[in-house]
Ligand binder design. Structure first.
Ligand code: 4AD
Ligand code: MG
Length: 437
């Protein structure tokens, strides 16, 4: 039998095409098995992909053939075998097994072949990660994150990590997670934006990227309580510059995934024809025009309200690319947004709505850069001035027009993957009802 250290010579399944006709060792887990009596079929995955391994009586030592009976699902094992091309299999290759070693015989595995409910699967997320859908979705997430970093790094943005413990709200006081900070109140960050603004005055163009937290009581398919957001911030940039950056950015992410994740998109049976159209420029409409679209579609919507999920779907369904909606009523937007000089009831805000009903993936704005106006906004929003003194300093010392936005990673991944709910797009989701595993 194979030595237990034989994994040191292993090759990865994703590289198997380089070894056709050779004998190789794989190190992985058994994801499924079946047998016709004289031939056993083992589906072995190693994290990079899954391969069918064929064990034929007489073509391997008897004890290897007999080991089949002891192999429970998710047992870890080393397999040695000859790589053969196999057009019928999804991978295109199979392994004719010559040797095998069980590293650990798994106990009876809780996730079976039968259909499980989503709650059961999420309770077993630590194991469910090993399965086909999470494999595809989370590998796409990985590429989305890579594309995000590559985009900003290649354009000269400086990464600035912003704090997770914060003294004040950025995105409204109703969704703050409060915690005790040595006898003082602290909040988990809702957004790194205010700090990114400070950093933009120091480095010109920056981005922060990290976990953000919101005590969202809304139980929708688009809300998590912990999600990842990337937030660029640019000094000397107005709303138009911001929209341009956003459409270039989203297009880059989508094109990167199309180029690097064909296998994963196929596994998810994602129709990619809509994704292929994602390139600049994106249609831009004002909030007023968006409201008109809702009214034209017989939706009962009051001017001045914020769009709900269904509204966003109706608006985005008019376009075959993401659509940028700009100039929202200031009353529904955050304190830091600059007002439109043409109409002070409007904020120089913009949201990017993804197609196919995935809703808002980006929220951003040009920022209020005038000291007195910002002081007034803090008062209007009942925000404690002391906690924002440092932020006001940015308007005391060399204030400039500046803009930025935040893109939610989970909503972006959900859209690209075509998954119904954002909870599948993060390894260990946190929602109003879920803190485990
Ligand atoms: O529109 P939001 O609230 O904008 C901000 O936080 C700004 N400070 C960003 C900035 O200008 N720097 O959130 C930005 C994005 C949303 O468009 C959405 O994609 C995502 O973050 N998001 C959520 N994703 C999952 N669950 C939630 N509860 C989310 N809330 C926002
Ligand atoms: Mg928003």
């Amino acid at each position: 039998m194979l030595d237990e250290k034989a994994y040191k010579q292993r090759v990865y399944i994703e590289e198997i095409h380089q070894h056709v006709g050779e004998e190789v060792i794989l190190a992985g887990w058994l994801s499924n098995k079946r047998s016709s009596g004289k031939i056993h079929f083992l589906l072995v995955r190693d994290g990079t992909n899954t391969i069918q391994c064929v064990v034929v009586k007489g073509e391997c030592p008897d004890e290897v053939f007999e080991a089949y009976n002891q192999l429970s699902l998710e047992s870890s094992l080393l397999v040695k075998g000859l790589v053969k091309e196999d057009r019928r299999s999804p991978l295109g290759y199979e392994l004719l097994v010559t040797d095998l070693r069980i590293i650990h015989r798994a106990e009876e595995y809780p996730i079976g072949k039968k259909e499980h409910g989503i709650d059961f699967l999420l309770d077993h997320r630590h194991l469910w990660l090993r399965h086909r859908r999470p494999f595809a979705v989370l590998r796409i997430r990985h590429q989305v994150v890579k594309a995000i970093r590559d985009f900003f790094n290649s354009r000269g943005f400086v990464l600035v990590d912003t704090p997770i413990f914060t003294p004040a709200a950025c995105e409204g006081t109703t969704t703050l997670f409060e915690t005790d900070y040595f006898g003082e109140k602290a909040y988990l960050t809702q957004s790194g934006q205010l700090y990114a603004e400070a950093a933009a005055m120091a480095f010109g163009k920056v981005y922060c990227f990290g976990g953000t937290f919101r005590a969202e009581k809304s139980k929708t398919r688009r809300h998590l309580t912990e999600f990842w957001m990337v937030e660029p911030e640019v000094a000397y940039a107005d709303l138009d510059d911001n929209m341009k950056l956003a459409e270039d950015f989203v297009s880059h992410i989508v094109q990167h995934v199309l180029e690097n994740c064909q296998m994963e998109l196929n596994m998810l049976e994602r129709d990619t024809s809509r994704l292929e159209k994602v390139s600049p420029p994106f249609p831009r409409i004002t909030y007023d025009e968006a409201v008109q679209i809702l009214h034209d579609n017989q939706i009962d919507f009051q001017w001045g309200d914020d769009f709900g999920g269904t509204d966003e779907t109706v608006i985005s369904n008019q376009f075959d690319k993401p659509v940028i909606v700009h100039r929202y009523p200031a009353a529904v937007k955050a304190f830091y947004m600059k007002r439109d000089p043409q109409n002070p009831d409007l904020a120089l805000a913009m949201d990017v709505l993804a197609p196919e009903g995935y809703g808002e993936i980006i929220g951003g704005s040009q920022r209020e850069d005038d000291y007195d106006t910002l002081v007034q906004r803090l008062e209007e929003h009942n925000l404690p001035r002391e906690a924002f003194e440092w932020y006001l300093d940015l308007r005391r010392y060399g204030s400039v027009p500046h803009s930025g936005f935040g893109l939610g990673v989970e909503r972006t991944v959900a859209w690209i993957c075509g998954t119904h709910h954002v909870r599948e797009t993060i390894p260990f989701p946190r929602t109003i009802y879920r803190l485990t595993p």
